[in-house]
Design a protein around this ligand. Structure first.
Ligand SMILES: [Cu+2]
Length: 438
């Protein structure tokens, strides 16, 4: 095993919090025919499963009762800083929204204690999992609601593999954040082996300016998030050049999201029903993640660069300018770049954004019908959203990042290792800080 490969799995192990026994997951039979980088693997190496990494969302730890994995989820109000100037009052599990990611292996017996610390009744549905009816989590039909202060115990055997999720079985509670990923790793490895495996939860929020509580009855959404964060606060997915990457998306909102990757083609290798046979795979670069669906895609990270991955619905690639403005009306841009910049800087000082950039505008901008469109949407805030995963991005990168959006950063070995080292330092210095946005 090369050093770089060992380092990769060490990183993965840190994120998985020791949940997995790698030694039980060896599979010498799979090999991607497309790998070119000798740093990824050698032909003779077996491939353990790698844990799914859900950026900005912790994994849910478990204890063992005999062979049963015992998990604890506490439904409760949480604060989530979804953008540098926007903290919301959502509901979530164990202090996180989305809730912590559950990772088990096909065949596992699981017991999940759901504690209700909400002011109203709740229940938990295991979306896509084939469980006995009494475990299905539908209030009044398969169980009595879990009253505030009560704990309900679910227990079942996971005989499937794939990307599932858990959520409160109540429409309004789903829309205020009560959901999380439930990953069932297969008993024998998928082929080809993936070197990176990421989970991304798609959510949308209707939050009036100067408000913090999402309006779950609204049909219009002004904040769109990946794993509870809106770009540029989202965490770029850092992958090694030449590696195979798996991305798992789940959507529990009111809209379908066409997720588009720049610069690479991918294949859709799974749905909320589990792994898709490879005879169904076809090249594409946009996957429609419908409401209540999971979509899993895979690709070879062949081309170095910082590649956008985002929902392509135009209004899902925006943040709410009304939140920036609060009750103020912004004037149209001045005709000189300097004055427009100073106008934006004044606004930025008011809301605490550290610096502002906008793209050049024409001398006659104010006389052109339709102006301004994007001129005031672009706000650089590189410094306040900086994290190891953004290390080395070009200046003002954050001005082009809004809404349901992040990057897949395909990096050659040295740059990749540099960022992994920064991530390790963050974890040893402040292990919790990056998980909770408030
Ligand atoms: Cu969308």
């Amino acid at each position: 095993m090369s050093n770089s490969r060992r380092t990769f799995f060490q990183n993965a192990a840190i994120f998985s919090a020791g949940m997995f026994s790698f030694s039980k997951r060896l599979d010498a039979t799979t090999e991607s025919p497309h790998h070119h980088s000798p740093n990824i693997k050698s032909k003779s190496e077996p491939h353990p499963h790698i844990p799914v990494l859900t950026p900005e969302v912790p994994d849910l730890p478990f204890t063992l009762d005999g062979a049963t994995k015992v998990f604890r989820l506490r439904a409760e109000p949480v604060k989530r800083k979804i953008a540098p100037f926007k903290t919301i009052d959502a509901w979530g599990y164990n202090g996180s929204c989305p809730g912590p990611t559950i990772q088990v292996t096909q065949g596992d017996r699981v017991r999940i204690l759901v504690e209700n610390a909400l002011p109203e009744s709740t229940s938990m549905h295991w979306h896509g999992l084939e469980v006995p009816i009494e475990q299905d989590g539908v209030p009044w039909i398969s169980q009595k609601p879990i009253a505030p202060g009560e704990t309900y115990t679910y227990e079942f055997t996971v005989h499937q593999e794939g990307t599932f999720f858990y959520h409160a079985h109540s429409a309004m509670q789903e829309m205020i954040g009560l959901l999380g990923l439930f990953i069932a790793h297969p008993q024998s490895s998928y082929a080809p082996h993936a070197d990176h495996d990421f989970g991304i939860v798609l959510q949308e929020w209707a939050i009036l300016p100067s408000n913090t509580v999402p309006n779950t009855a609204s049909m219009e959404f002004n904040w769109l998030t990946f794993n509870g964060l809106s770009a540029p606060s989202t965490t770029p997915l850092v992958v090694r050049l030449g590696s195979r990457v798996r991305l798992r998306f789940v959507n529990l909102g009111m809209d379908h999201h066409p997720i588009h990757l720049h610069g690479h083609q991918f294949v859709i290798t799974g749905t909320e029903g589990g792994r898709a046979p490879d005879s169904t795979w076809y090249p594409t670069n946009t996957v429609l993640v419908g409401v209540a669906q999971a979509k899993v895609v895979e690709f070879e990270a062949k081309y170095p660069g910082d590649w956008m991955i985002h929902c392509h619905l135009p209004h899902h690639m925006m943040n709410s300018m009304m939140d920036l403005l609060r009750d103020r009306q912004i004037q149209t841009a001045d005709t000189t770049d300097a004055k427009a910049l100073s106008q934006m800087q004044t606004l930025a000082n008011d809301i605490g954004v550290e610096h502002v950039h906008h793209s050049p505008i024409a001398e006659n901008a104010n006389s052109v019908p339709g102006f301004p469109q994007d001129a005031f949407m672009e706000m650089g805030m590189d410094t306040i959203v900086a994290k190891p995963e953004t290390h080395g991005l070009p200046a003002n990168w954050s001005a082009g990042m809004m809404g349901m959006m992040t990057m897949v950063r395909v990096l050659p070995d040295q740059k990749y290792e540099e960022i992994q080292s920064l991530i390790r330092n963050r974890q040893s210095a402040k292990p919790e800080e990056h998980l909770h946005g408030s």
